[in-house]
Design a protein around this ligand. Structure first.
Ligand code: SAM
Length: 287
Protein backbone atom coordinates (compact mmCIF):
# COMPACT_ATOMS: atom_id res chain seq x y z
CA UNK A 1 0.00 0.00 0.00
CA UNK A 2 1.08 3.56 -0.61
CA UNK A 3 1.81 5.62 2.48
CA UNK A 4 0.55 8.88 3.89
CA UNK A 5 3.27 10.90 2.18
CA UNK A 6 2.22 9.43 -1.16
CA UNK A 7 -1.40 10.38 -0.50
CA UNK A 8 -0.45 13.89 0.57
CA UNK A 9 1.68 14.46 -2.47
CA UNK A 10 -0.95 13.04 -4.78
CA UNK A 11 -3.41 15.56 -3.37
CA UNK A 12 -0.99 18.41 -4.00
CA UNK A 13 -0.40 17.21 -7.53
CA UNK A 14 -4.11 16.97 -8.17
CA UNK A 15 -4.55 20.61 -7.22
CA UNK A 16 -1.52 21.64 -9.21
CA UNK A 17 -2.23 19.77 -12.43
CA UNK A 18 -5.98 20.21 -12.32
CA UNK A 19 -6.04 23.92 -11.46
CA UNK A 20 -2.81 25.87 -11.04
CA UNK A 21 -0.97 24.63 -14.10
CA UNK A 22 -3.71 23.25 -16.25
CA UNK A 23 -3.64 25.97 -18.92
CA UNK A 24 0.10 26.04 -19.19
CA UNK A 25 0.25 22.25 -19.27
CA UNK A 26 -2.43 22.15 -21.93
CA UNK A 27 -0.40 24.52 -24.11
CA UNK A 28 2.90 22.74 -23.50
CA UNK A 29 1.40 19.44 -24.61
CA UNK A 30 -0.18 20.94 -27.74
CA UNK A 31 1.31 22.16 -31.00
CA UNK A 32 0.75 25.78 -30.01
CA UNK A 33 3.78 28.08 -30.17
CA UNK A 34 5.71 28.30 -26.91
CA UNK A 35 8.72 30.24 -25.68
CA UNK A 36 12.23 29.02 -26.44
CA UNK A 37 12.60 27.70 -22.92
CA UNK A 38 9.37 25.78 -23.06
CA UNK A 39 10.30 24.52 -26.50
CA UNK A 40 13.34 22.80 -24.99
CA UNK A 41 11.06 21.10 -22.48
CA UNK A 42 8.62 20.09 -25.18
CA UNK A 43 11.50 18.67 -27.25
CA UNK A 44 12.84 16.81 -24.22
CA UNK A 45 9.45 15.38 -23.45
CA UNK A 46 8.99 14.30 -27.06
CA UNK A 47 12.37 12.57 -26.91
CA UNK A 48 11.47 10.92 -23.62
CA UNK A 49 8.18 9.64 -24.98
CA UNK A 50 10.03 8.30 -28.00
CA UNK A 51 12.52 6.50 -25.76
CA UNK A 52 9.83 4.88 -23.64
CA UNK A 53 7.86 3.85 -26.72
CA UNK A 54 11.00 2.37 -28.26
CA UNK A 55 11.17 0.00 -25.28
CA UNK A 56 7.68 -1.31 -25.96
CA UNK A 57 6.78 -3.87 -28.64
CA UNK A 58 6.16 -2.48 -32.12
CA UNK A 59 2.99 -4.56 -32.31
CA UNK A 60 0.99 -4.32 -29.10
CA UNK A 61 -2.13 -6.00 -30.36
CA UNK A 62 -3.83 -7.72 -27.46
CA UNK A 63 -1.49 -6.26 -24.88
CA UNK A 64 -2.76 -4.20 -21.96
CA UNK A 65 -0.83 -1.06 -21.09
CA UNK A 66 -1.29 1.26 -18.14
CA UNK A 67 -0.40 4.89 -18.85
CA UNK A 68 0.09 5.85 -15.22
CA UNK A 69 -0.39 9.59 -14.88
CA UNK A 70 -1.38 10.00 -18.51
CA UNK A 71 -1.77 13.79 -18.54
CA UNK A 72 -3.14 14.79 -21.94
CA UNK A 73 -2.60 11.29 -23.28
CA UNK A 74 0.08 11.52 -25.98
CA UNK A 75 1.77 8.25 -25.01
CA UNK A 76 -1.56 6.46 -24.75
CA UNK A 77 -2.40 7.44 -28.31
CA UNK A 78 0.86 6.05 -29.66
CA UNK A 79 0.43 2.78 -27.75
CA UNK A 80 -3.15 2.43 -28.99
CA UNK A 81 -1.93 3.02 -32.55
CA UNK A 82 0.25 -0.04 -32.02
CA UNK A 83 -2.84 -2.01 -31.10
CA UNK A 84 -2.62 -1.83 -27.32
CA UNK A 85 -5.58 -1.86 -24.97
CA UNK A 86 -4.62 1.19 -22.96
CA UNK A 87 -5.88 2.21 -19.57
CA UNK A 88 -4.98 5.89 -19.25
CA UNK A 89 -5.38 7.25 -15.76
CA UNK A 90 -4.66 10.59 -14.15
CA UNK A 91 -5.69 12.31 -10.95
CA UNK A 92 -6.58 15.46 -12.91
CA UNK A 93 -10.09 15.29 -14.36
CA UNK A 94 -9.33 18.35 -16.49
CA UNK A 95 -6.28 16.78 -18.12
CA UNK A 96 -8.15 13.54 -18.72
CA UNK A 97 -10.93 15.60 -20.30
CA UNK A 98 -8.39 17.31 -22.55
CA UNK A 99 -6.93 13.94 -23.51
CA UNK A 100 -10.39 12.75 -24.50
CA UNK A 101 -11.06 15.93 -26.51
CA UNK A 102 -7.77 15.53 -28.34
CA UNK A 103 -8.16 11.83 -28.98
CA UNK A 104 -7.65 11.15 -32.70
CA UNK A 105 -9.19 8.25 -34.55
CA UNK A 106 -7.28 5.08 -33.74
CA UNK A 107 -7.21 2.73 -36.71
CA UNK A 108 -7.00 -0.96 -35.85
CA UNK A 109 -7.74 -2.83 -32.65
CA UNK A 110 -6.17 -0.42 -30.19
CA UNK A 111 -8.33 1.51 -27.76
CA UNK A 112 -8.00 3.79 -24.78
CA UNK A 113 -10.02 3.58 -21.59
CA UNK A 114 -9.60 6.93 -19.85
CA UNK A 115 -9.98 7.03 -16.08
CA UNK A 116 -9.71 9.68 -13.40
CA UNK A 117 -8.03 8.43 -10.28
CA UNK A 118 -4.93 7.03 -8.66
CA UNK A 119 -2.53 5.02 -10.79
CA UNK A 120 -2.23 2.51 -7.93
CA UNK A 121 -5.94 1.69 -7.87
CA UNK A 122 -6.11 -2.13 -7.70
CA UNK A 123 -9.34 -2.02 -9.68
CA UNK A 124 -7.42 -1.31 -12.86
CA UNK A 125 -6.51 -4.99 -13.26
CA UNK A 126 -3.39 -6.61 -14.69
CA UNK A 127 -1.12 -5.26 -17.40
CA UNK A 128 1.56 -6.38 -19.79
CA UNK A 129 3.30 -3.03 -19.55
CA UNK A 130 3.11 0.01 -17.33
CA UNK A 131 4.52 3.41 -18.25
CA UNK A 132 4.82 6.26 -15.76
CA UNK A 133 6.33 9.14 -17.70
CA UNK A 134 7.25 12.02 -15.40
CA UNK A 135 4.40 11.13 -13.07
CA UNK A 136 6.49 9.76 -10.19
CA UNK A 137 9.08 12.52 -10.21
CA UNK A 138 7.35 14.51 -7.47
CA UNK A 139 7.28 11.62 -5.01
CA UNK A 140 9.91 10.73 -2.43
CA UNK A 141 12.22 7.89 -3.40
CA UNK A 142 10.61 5.56 -0.86
CA UNK A 143 7.19 6.34 -2.31
CA UNK A 144 8.45 5.85 -5.87
CA UNK A 145 9.68 2.38 -4.98
CA UNK A 146 6.48 1.51 -3.11
CA UNK A 147 4.50 2.64 -6.16
CA UNK A 148 6.73 0.54 -8.42
CA UNK A 149 6.11 -2.44 -6.14
CA UNK A 150 2.35 -2.02 -6.40
CA UNK A 151 2.52 -1.51 -10.16
CA UNK A 152 4.98 -4.36 -10.62
CA UNK A 153 2.75 -6.78 -8.73
CA UNK A 154 0.13 -6.39 -11.47
CA UNK A 155 2.50 -6.27 -14.44
CA UNK A 156 3.69 -9.26 -16.45
CA UNK A 157 6.07 -7.54 -18.83
CA UNK A 158 7.78 -4.27 -18.07
CA UNK A 159 7.44 -1.23 -15.86
CA UNK A 160 8.86 1.86 -17.53
CA UNK A 161 9.20 5.07 -15.55
CA UNK A 162 11.17 8.26 -15.27
CA UNK A 163 12.94 9.94 -12.39
CA UNK A 164 14.62 13.31 -11.98
CA UNK A 165 18.33 12.57 -11.72
CA UNK A 166 20.06 14.02 -8.70
CA UNK A 167 23.12 15.94 -9.75
CA UNK A 168 25.36 18.15 -7.64
CA UNK A 169 24.13 21.25 -9.41
CA UNK A 170 20.56 20.23 -9.03
CA UNK A 171 21.00 19.54 -5.34
CA UNK A 172 22.25 23.07 -4.74
CA UNK A 173 19.39 24.48 -6.73
CA UNK A 174 16.95 22.26 -4.99
CA UNK A 175 18.03 23.78 -1.68
CA UNK A 176 18.05 27.29 -3.12
CA UNK A 177 14.50 26.79 -4.24
CA UNK A 178 13.37 26.94 -0.67
CA UNK A 179 13.89 30.68 -0.74
CA UNK A 180 11.18 31.22 -3.28
CA UNK A 181 7.82 32.41 -1.97
CA UNK A 182 5.66 29.47 -1.10
CA UNK A 183 2.74 30.76 -3.13
CA UNK A 184 4.77 30.47 -6.31
CA UNK A 185 5.80 26.92 -5.80
CA UNK A 186 4.68 23.89 -7.63
CA UNK A 187 5.00 20.57 -5.83
CA UNK A 188 8.69 19.89 -5.62
CA UNK A 189 10.49 17.51 -7.86
CA UNK A 190 12.42 14.97 -5.78
CA UNK A 191 15.69 14.16 -7.50
CA UNK A 192 17.06 10.68 -6.92
CA UNK A 193 20.44 9.09 -7.51
CA UNK A 194 20.59 6.00 -9.66
CA UNK A 195 22.56 4.15 -6.99
CA UNK A 196 20.08 5.01 -4.27
CA UNK A 197 17.16 4.00 -6.42
CA UNK A 198 18.80 0.70 -7.37
CA UNK A 199 19.45 -0.08 -3.70
CA UNK A 200 15.88 0.65 -2.74
CA UNK A 201 14.54 -1.45 -5.61
CA UNK A 202 16.87 -4.32 -4.71
CA UNK A 203 15.61 -4.18 -1.12
CA UNK A 204 11.95 -4.34 -2.19
CA UNK A 205 10.82 -8.00 -2.19
CA UNK A 206 7.85 -7.29 -4.44
CA UNK A 207 10.27 -6.30 -7.19
CA UNK A 208 12.36 -9.48 -6.94
CA UNK A 209 11.04 -10.75 -10.25
CA UNK A 210 12.18 -7.65 -12.10
CA UNK A 211 15.52 -6.76 -13.50
CA UNK A 212 16.78 -3.25 -14.15
CA UNK A 213 16.96 -3.71 -17.89
CA UNK A 214 18.10 -0.32 -19.13
CA UNK A 215 18.12 3.39 -18.52
CA UNK A 216 18.51 6.46 -20.66
CA UNK A 217 18.90 10.15 -19.82
CA UNK A 218 17.20 12.88 -21.79
CA UNK A 219 18.88 16.25 -21.39
CA UNK A 220 17.22 18.93 -23.46
CA UNK A 221 17.66 22.49 -22.30
CA UNK A 222 15.42 22.85 -19.28
CA UNK A 223 14.30 19.25 -19.30
CA UNK A 224 16.37 16.60 -17.56
CA UNK A 225 14.93 13.19 -16.84
CA UNK A 226 16.07 9.58 -16.67
CA UNK A 227 14.04 6.78 -18.23
CA UNK A 228 14.31 3.38 -16.55
CA UNK A 229 13.00 0.02 -17.74
CA UNK A 230 12.39 -2.83 -15.35
CA UNK A 231 11.35 -6.09 -16.96
CA UNK A 232 9.89 -9.24 -15.52
CA UNK A 233 11.78 -11.74 -17.58
CA UNK A 234 10.53 -14.86 -15.84
CA UNK A 235 6.83 -14.29 -16.35
CA UNK A 236 6.83 -12.14 -19.44
CA UNK A 237 6.37 -14.99 -21.87
CA UNK A 238 3.76 -16.94 -19.94
CA UNK A 239 0.35 -16.65 -21.57
CA UNK A 240 -2.44 -15.64 -19.26
CA UNK A 241 -5.86 -14.11 -19.56
CA UNK A 242 -6.39 -10.43 -19.00
CA UNK A 243 -9.21 -10.06 -16.54
CA UNK A 244 -11.20 -6.96 -17.26
CA UNK A 245 -12.46 -7.05 -13.72
CA UNK A 246 -10.47 -6.00 -10.70
CA UNK A 247 -8.14 -8.56 -9.31
CA UNK A 248 -8.40 -9.53 -5.67
CA UNK A 249 -6.12 -7.84 -3.26
CA UNK A 250 -3.33 -9.78 -1.76
CA UNK A 251 0.23 -9.45 -0.72
CA UNK A 252 1.82 -6.28 -1.88
CA UNK A 253 -0.97 -5.35 -4.05
CA UNK A 254 -2.38 -4.70 -1.33
CA UNK A 255 16.50 20.16 -12.67
CA UNK A 256 16.08 23.49 -13.88
CA UNK A 257 18.81 25.49 -15.06
CA UNK A 258 18.17 28.19 -12.49
CA UNK A 259 16.43 30.83 -14.00
CA UNK A 260 13.21 29.83 -15.30
CA UNK A 261 11.48 31.57 -12.44
CA UNK A 262 13.01 34.92 -13.15
CA UNK A 263 12.76 34.46 -16.88
CA UNK A 264 9.34 33.01 -16.96
CA UNK A 265 7.55 32.67 -13.69
CA UNK A 266 4.59 30.90 -15.08
CA UNK A 267 6.72 28.44 -16.94
CA UNK A 268 7.54 26.74 -13.71
CA UNK A 269 3.90 26.10 -13.31
CA UNK A 270 3.80 24.60 -16.76
CA UNK A 271 6.81 22.39 -16.48
CA UNK A 272 7.34 21.22 -12.94
CA UNK A 273 9.98 18.80 -14.01
CA UNK A 274 12.39 21.51 -14.91
CA UNK A 275 15.82 20.80 -13.74
CA UNK A 276 15.97 22.69 -10.54
CA UNK A 277 12.85 21.56 -8.92
CA UNK A 278 9.17 21.58 -9.40
CA UNK A 279 10.06 24.22 -8.67
CA UNK A 280 10.27 24.78 -5.01
CA UNK A 281 12.92 22.53 -3.65
CA UNK A 282 10.94 21.65 -0.59
CA UNK A 283 9.87 18.22 -1.54
CA UNK A 284 11.39 15.94 0.99
CA UNK A 285 14.42 13.81 0.71
CA UNK A 286 16.18 12.36 -2.24
CA UNK A 287 17.32 8.80 -2.57
C1 SAM B 1 4.42 15.84 -15.46
S1 SAM B 1 2.80 15.21 -15.82
C2 SAM B 1 3.14 13.99 -17.06
C3 SAM B 1 1.91 13.57 -17.81
C4 SAM B 1 2.15 12.53 -18.90
N1 SAM B 1 2.68 11.29 -18.37
C5 SAM B 1 3.09 13.08 -19.94
O1 SAM B 1 4.27 12.73 -19.93
O2 SAM B 1 2.64 13.93 -20.73
C6 SAM B 1 2.50 14.19 -14.39
C7 SAM B 1 1.09 13.68 -14.37
O3 SAM B 1 0.98 12.67 -13.37
C8 SAM B 1 -0.27 12.80 -12.75
N2 SAM B 1 -0.20 12.08 -11.47
C9 SAM B 1 0.62 12.34 -10.42
N3 SAM B 1 0.41 11.45 -9.44
C10 SAM B 1 -0.55 10.60 -9.87
C11 SAM B 1 -1.17 9.46 -9.30
N4 SAM B 1 -0.85 9.03 -8.09
N5 SAM B 1 -2.11 8.82 -10.02
C12 SAM B 1 -2.46 9.27 -11.26
N6 SAM B 1 -1.90 10.35 -11.84
C13 SAM B 1 -0.96 11.00 -11.16
C14 SAM B 1 -0.48 14.30 -12.67
O4 SAM B 1 -1.82 14.66 -12.48
C15 SAM B 1 0.07 14.76 -14.02
O5 SAM B 1 -0.92 14.79 -15.01
Amino acid sequence: MAGASYDTRRGELTTYFDRTAVEAWSRLTSDAPVSRIRATVRAGRDAMRGTLLSWLPADMTGLRLLDAGCGTGALSVEAARRGAEVVAIDVSPTLVGLAQERLPAIPGPGRIDFRVGDMLDPGLGRFDHVVAMDSLIHYRAADIVRALAVLGARTDGSVLFTVAPRTALLTVMHAAGQFFPRGDRSPAIVPVTEGGLRRRIAAEPALDGFTWAQSHRINSGFYLSNAIAMTRAARASQPRPHPEVPECSGGLEGGLQPAARSLEGSFEAAAPHLRMRGIDGTGGTAA
